[in-house]
Write a protein that binds this ligand. Structure first.
Ligand code: IPE
Ligand code: IPE
Ligand code: MG
Length: 246
């Protein structure tokens, strides 16, 4: 069976808090338990030769959570990154971060920069971690950068088209996600990659993120393989293209 695989998977890792509460633990315990499925999806993407994986780790809006929770998440990010980076590098993973770095503390920013530097030449998997990221602020940032270029007369307003705009966004020119997965049962985007998800296949599961395992990821991939992507065309047109008739 040669099922179609996505080239880029984007995941909203949701449900850590509920997972912990259901066990009588603290929300922070749920975030810690969420590290195991992160490792798993990275391994599975490498194994399937999926080229890019984008994980939503912390949204612009998550800064509004109680200070204790934000602090424990920030410590967890530094700790996990420092613990995992060697192994990621060994596996040929290139790490990139997207989001507002200025808001993060100096130690985390330094770990992020050094992880990006160390893994810059790796090509097996592009792992993008959205940290302090918001889709709207990403779009506004791109508009502002392009406007600056116009002001500086490095760009004419008439040259701004979809590819130019996409290149100014956090993900740059890379292929849009083919598959979006959200765990935790909510069916919403929560300000993740607003521009890039325009034609992405959306998959929602009730499974809470710490319980997301290989079988659950496989189920999402199978769901994706069964979709017919039409990009605005008719089903007959797409069948003709797939069947090599056009
Ligand atoms: C997702 O899990 C992780 C982050 C948002 C950082 P939540 O913490 O949102 O878990 P629930 O949705 O409250 O269960
Ligand atoms: C989205 O989850 C952000 C991340 C998973 C990092 P939230 O838990 O913050 O989203 P809402 O508040 O349910 O929309
Ligand atoms: Mg949540």
């Amino acid at each position: 069976m040669s099922a179609a695989l996505p080239r880029h998977v984007a995941i909203v890792m949701d449900g850590n808090g509920r997972w912990a509460r259901a066990r009588g633990g603290l929300r922070a315990d749920g975030h810690r338990a969420g590290v195991t499925p992160v490792r798993m999806v990275i391994e599975e993407c490498v194994r399937h030769e999926i080229g890019a994986l984008t994980l939503f780790a912390f949204s612009s809006e998550n800064w509004g959570r109680p200070r204790d929770e934000v602090m424990s998440l920030m410590s967890l990010f530094v700790e996990s990154l420092e613990a995992e980076i060697e192994e990621l590098h060994r596996r040929g993973v290139r790490v990139r971060f997207i989001g507002e770095r200025a808001e993060l503390d100096a130690r985390l920013r330094a770990s992020m920069a050094s992880s990006e530097q160390v893994t810059a030449a790796n090509t097996r998997l592009l792992l993008q971690i959205a940290l302090s990221y918001g889709g709207r602020s990403d779009i506004v940032g791109a508009a502002r950068r392009l406007a600056e270029h116009v002001e500086q007369r490095r760009l004419a307003a008439s040259q701004i088209d979809e590819p130019t705009f996409a290149a100014a966004l956090a993900l740059g020119g890379i292929v849009d996600p083919d598959l979006f997965i959200r765990t935790g049962g909510e069916q919403r985007i929560s300000n993740f990659l607003l521009w890039n998800l325009a034609y992405t296949e959306l998959y929602f599961t009730d499974r809470l993120w710490p319980d997301f395992d290989v079988a659950a990821f496989e189920a999402a991939l199978q769901h994706y393989a069964a979709r017919q992507r039409r990009f605005g065309l008719s089903a007959e047109q797409v069948q003709a293209v797939d069947g090599g008739l056009v």
